[in-house]
Ligand binder design. Structure first.
Ligand SMILES: Cc1ncc(C[n+]2csc(CCOP(=O)(O)OP(=O)(O)O)c2C)c(N)n1
Ligand code: SF4
Ligand SMILES: [Mg+2]
Length: 289
């Protein structure tokens, strides 16, 4: 717990790194939630993975949430432990595309199926930034990186389609430079009762600078790849969500949000209500063959 930035831990992102925008958006979302719920900021825990994106664990300059900077790829098991023991905490997971979709990929499906009530914010720069720009699951086929000098052989992974196929109950897509919109998406993910993922395009200026492709450039006649989802979209309709992600380009906004799905905490509560208290003798006898 700390009320000030930890002076012993300092880190530097490269100038222009998309993660700066995500940090601002996340801080604003936490502030909004604490004001609206009148909960102390210390009811928030940020669980981070390892990567440049993992430094997001160090948030506000003043009063700040708890932070857990854990192992590469293991943000979700930590988040589940936290929510299982302290369900009242607002747990936000922050991770990179490598951390979440490569080494940590096996953890997404179980938490989606449990509907673990945490909000996950993914900073996707389509490379392993911290370790100097190797290819990641979301790097496009043919992309030249430090680990694929002649072009990546695998087809780029589609995270949004993956989340929908796993039944993630809230799926949103954002852009790091659109801080206000992104903050609202993160806030909506936080108040959604269940497993929410806000997948953010967060360019790496050092190894994969995609700002121009994502935002477009009128002078050069480059159309933006990332565009807001049409206002007529109904996020509660899975068919419409699939249509949105099947349209060329990167959709920005809430893609899907299921309604009335029980969270893991509610499922636990049902189990506890169903289970009958046994006295010691009955319990012991139940184990005898
Ligand atoms: C078990 C383990 N394997 C590998 C590493 C080395 N490593 C640290 S960060 C990282 C990839 C980070 O990529 P990403 O999650 O996309 O984060 P970014 O730096 O791009 O934000 C790797 C492979 C590690 N720390 N631990
Ligand atoms: S290497 Fe890339 S992701 Fe890491 S801080 Fe620099 S710009 Fe950001
Ligand atoms: Mg990355």
């Amino acid at each position: 717990m700390s009320e000030k930035k930890n002076p012993e831990y300092d880190f530097k992102w490269c100038p222009g790194c998309g993660d700066f925008g995500v940090k601002k958006a996340l801080e604003a979302a936490i502030k909004k939630k604490t004001i609206e719920t009148e909960e102390p900021i210390l009811n928030n825990v940020i669980v981070a993975g390892i990567g440049c994106s993992g430094n997001m664990v160090h948030l506000l300059e003043g009063e700040q949430p708890y932070g857990f900077h854990g192992l590469h790829g293991r943000t979700l098991p930590v988040a589940m432990g936290l929510k299982s023991s302290r369900p009242e905490l607002n747990v936000t997971v922050v991770a990179g595309d490598g951390d979440f979709l490569s080494i940590g990929a096996e953890h997404i499906a179980p938490q989606a199926k449990r509907n673990l009530d945490v909000c996950v914010v993914i900073m996707d720069n389509a490379v392993y930034g911290l370790t100097k720009g190797q290819s990641s699951p979301t790097s496009a086929e043919g992309m030249i990186t430090s680990s694929t000098p002649y072009g990546k052989t695998e087809v780029g992974f589609d995270p949004l389609a993956h989340y929908l196929s796993l039944g993630v109950s809230f799926v949103a897509s954002g852009l790091s430079s659109k801080i206000k919109d992104l903050s609202e998406l993160i806030y909506q993910g936080m108040i959604h009762p269940g497993f929410s993922i806000v997948h953010v395009q967060s360019p790496c200026t050092e190894y994969n600078n995609t700002y121009e492709i994502l935002k477009g450039n009128i002078k050069k006649g480059i159309e933006p790849l990332a565009k807001p989802i049409d206002v007529s979209h109904n996020p509660n309709d899975l068919k419409q969500a699939i249509e949105v992600i099947s349209t060329p380009g990167i959709p920005l906004g809430i893609i899907y949000q299921s309604k009335d799905e029980p969270t893991l905490a509610q499922k636990y509560e049902n189990l506890i209500n169903k289970s009958k208290q046994k006295d010691f003798e009955t319990l012991l006898n139940s184990y005898s063959i």
